[in-house]
Unconditional design. Structure first.
Length: 299
């Protein structure tokens, strides 16, 4: 193996330390950042995410407000709760854990959150601000990827970046962030022709596809930086009957032979996502109070 491993777990810890230091300064100034998380229903994966978010929010010294609602909560009730949180000065960040049950329109919920408190960065106003290169709340997973890339390269200016995947939560905002940092950006998706050759031209290759180990070493340009966003659960019979393991969208072993640097799964992008949620909450709190924003915690 030749590639350097980008340790997202360690990097996320440094982001959390920076957040905690800034929270302490804010508390000295009489403000405690607060994050409100809404969970509708009892999806086990969502419950784990929400628990982790709440735990890490408290660990960095912020207030955590959890709102767990029954699966059959009417949409109007969720919207009313968001309205209340929008008007609560103790709450600086609001997120509604997705997916929501089918009877609730996720776009309606996302766009009901005040853009200034939209720490997931999914509100249409924030999407537009990011697309036009303006200051916005930035989606957490792409923000985490950007931080790791900046840490590795310093300036990204002039680099060829290929983002595989065009979802609203990862692919598109990732591409917008890379463009803002002056990369030459190509977005690939399921209809892209000769995707391997396209990827082989990338100095920065971001995989956000949701297909286990789709991108192999022969798709990677020698020396490229590979960011693997994918989280896929596959059978792991070598660990025993019925056992599973996590893999990314990149076949780690073959890609690591060619890449200059690569994020592992698990332990790469994953831990950065919650760290960036905390960073966004501090940023939102500073903006709400007209206070100086922490450096290096946003795009
Ligand atoms: P989506 O399913 O919303 O989007 C997947 C994208 O991949 C689509 O744009 C799709 O193209 C494209 N795609 C699918 N198959 C192919 C193919 N064969 N070749 C090229 N492109 C293809 O997924 P998300 O963006 O939400 O998530 C992507 C991955 O990232 C998942 O594994 C998810 O679990 C993970 N993830 C990880 C996070 C983290 O914290 N680390 C956070 C969020 C997601 P098309 O549009 O044409 O259908």
């Amino acid at each position: 193996m030749t590639a350097d491993i980008i340790d997202g777990k360690a990097f996320a810890a440094t982001v959390r330390e920076k957040v905690a230091a800034h929270v302490a300064r804010l508390k000295d100034a009489g403000v405690t950042p607060g994050l409100a998380v809404i969970l509708v229903g009892e999806d086990p994966a969502s419950e784990v995410y929400v628990r982790n978010k709440g735990k890490q929010t408290l660990e960095v010294g912020m207030n955590s407000f959890e709102h767990k609602l029954p699966v059959d909560t009417p949409e109007a009730e969720v919207l009313a709760l968001i309205d209340k949180l929008n008007n609560d000065p103790a709450v600086h960040g609001i997120l509604c854990q997705l997916p929501v049950p089918d009877h609730i329109n996720d776009d309606k919920v996302i766009n009901a959150i005040s853009p200034e408190k939209d720490v997931d960065g999914f509100h249409i106003s924030n999407v537009g601000l990011l697309a036009t290169g303006q200051k916005s709340m930035v989606p957490c997973t792409p923000l985490g990827c950007l931080m790791m890339l900046r840490e590795r390269h310093g300036s990204l200016s002039g680099m060829n970046a290929v983002v595989v995947g065009r979802s609203n939560i990862v692919g598109k905002p990732m591409a917008a962030l890379l463009l803002k940092d002056s990369c030459t950006v190509t977005i690939a998706h399921s209809r892209t022709k000769d995707i391997e050759a396209l990827c082989r031209g990338a100095d920065i290759l971001v995989a956000a596809v949701g297909r286990p180990q789709m991108i192999t070493g022969d798709w990677v340009k020698p020396g490229a930086t590979v960011i693997d966003v994918g989280i896929n659960r596959i059978a792991a019979p070598e660990r025993g009957e019925g056992k599973m393991r996590l893999v990314g969208d990149v076949e780690f072993a073959s890609a690591a032979e060619v890449a200059g640097a690569i994020t592992p799964v698990p332990g790469g992008v994953g831990p950065m996502t919650i760290a960036c949620l905390l960073a966004n909450t501090v940023t939102a709190c500073c903006r709400a109070n007209g206070l100086e924003e922490p450096e290096g915690l946003t795009a």
